[in-house]
Design a protein around this ligand. Structure first.
Ligand code: ADP
Ligand code: ZN
Length: 291
């Protein structure tokens, strides 16, 4: 099966060709400009690749509801050139093949569940902490959409009393994204996150905020595994700190095997930053099979 995968991001579009086993044959990255500039380049790539189906994991918000008139559109994004853009329609029409569509983070969750460490699990949350914060939710065997789709990167967070930074989210100021995404770290501490590697207090506060959100997700969705990816999570010292705060905040209320072995429960992504693009291959496979 020759499948196309498109991980559509605000800064770059990663296009790949691979198969149903998650094997990637070829991959390119194109800077995200306007649809008029960027889409023809991507179409040329996929046309040449002679794919049978395409899976798109897309920055959002998007409309993933097949019964909606605006299905397949990017909706209220702050990236104005892409607002109300029918990305699924553009690819379906030009390629003439089935197109699967979901959020970028649901795509990453699907990649981990299909090909990665979460294989066989029924409920898994994938969180990316990078330029923004997003969460994909796979629950009881399905990617969750609901009214729109989870926007769990914007859950509200209780600020710690020693943190005077007001938060960067234009909608909520001090939601998780506003307090803990890469740009918030940079603005709060006056340096890029990567340059703050040795500043203990940076990662302590960061893990406290991430843990608050994880506790909310644990209590709401009861996932069997929580996977953390994205640029900021390359700071591996975050993991033990996050696990510690999660235990502290749960305060013994939930007792499960998973929490007992929390080092196997709250874990880094397992597919060398290919979880997103591999998930898109699976979205393509599912579209081909009409799933
Ligand atoms: P995006 O979210 O745009 O897809 P990334 O997941 O790479 O891309 O996230 C970029 C953000 O992550 C930036 O704010 C950057 O400062 C931060 N970042 C990237 N690499 C690291 C790192 N090794 N350590 C800490 N922060 C990082
Ligand atoms: Zn927000």
């Amino acid at each position: 099966m020759r499948l196309g995968a498109l991980e559509a991001g605000g800064t770059k579009m990663v296009c790949a060709v691979g198969d149903e086993t998650g094997k990637i044959f070829d991959q390119i990255s194109i800077p995200t400009r306007t649809p008029e500039e960027t889409v023809p380049e991507m179409l040329a790539y996929f046309k040449k690749a002679e794919i049978e189906a395409l899976g798109i994991g897309c920055f959002g918000p998007i409309d993933p509801d097949k019964s909606s008139a605006t299905y397949g559109h990017i909706t209220s994004t702050p990236k104005l050139a892409w607002r109300n853009y029918n990305i699924v329609g553009a690819f379906e029409e030009a390629l003439g093949c089935p197109v699967g569509f979901d959020t970028d983070v649901n795509g990453s969750a699907l990649g981990e569940v299909t090909f990665g460490q979460a294989k066989g699990k029924k409920s898994v949350i994938y969180i990316t902490i990078g330029t923004g914060v997003g969460a994909g939710i796979f629950a009881e065997g399905n990617l969750i959409h609901g009214m729109l789709h989870p926007e769990a990167g914007h859950v509200l967070i209780q600020k710690r009393s020693d943190d005077t930074y007001q938060g960067k989210c234009p909608y909520h100021k001090s939601c998780l994204e506003g307090l803990a995404a890469g740009p918030a770290i940079e603005e709060r501490w006056g340096k890029k996150a990567i340059e703050l590697k040795d500043r203990e207090e940076v990662w302590d506060l960061e893990s406290y905020y991430i843990a608050q959100a994880l506790v909310g997700y644990i209590l709401t969705v009861s996932p069997e595994m929580i996977i953390l990816g994205g640029g900021v999570m390359h700071q591996e010292q975050l993991f033990p700190k996050i696990r510690g705060y999660v235990k502290e905040l749960l305060n013994g209320y939930i007792q499960t095997e998973e929490l007992e072995h929390i080092e196997n429960y709250i874990v880094p992504a397992s597919l060398q930053d290919n979880q997103g693009i591999m998930g898109c291959l699976e979205l393509g496979r599912r579209a081909l099979r009409g799933e």
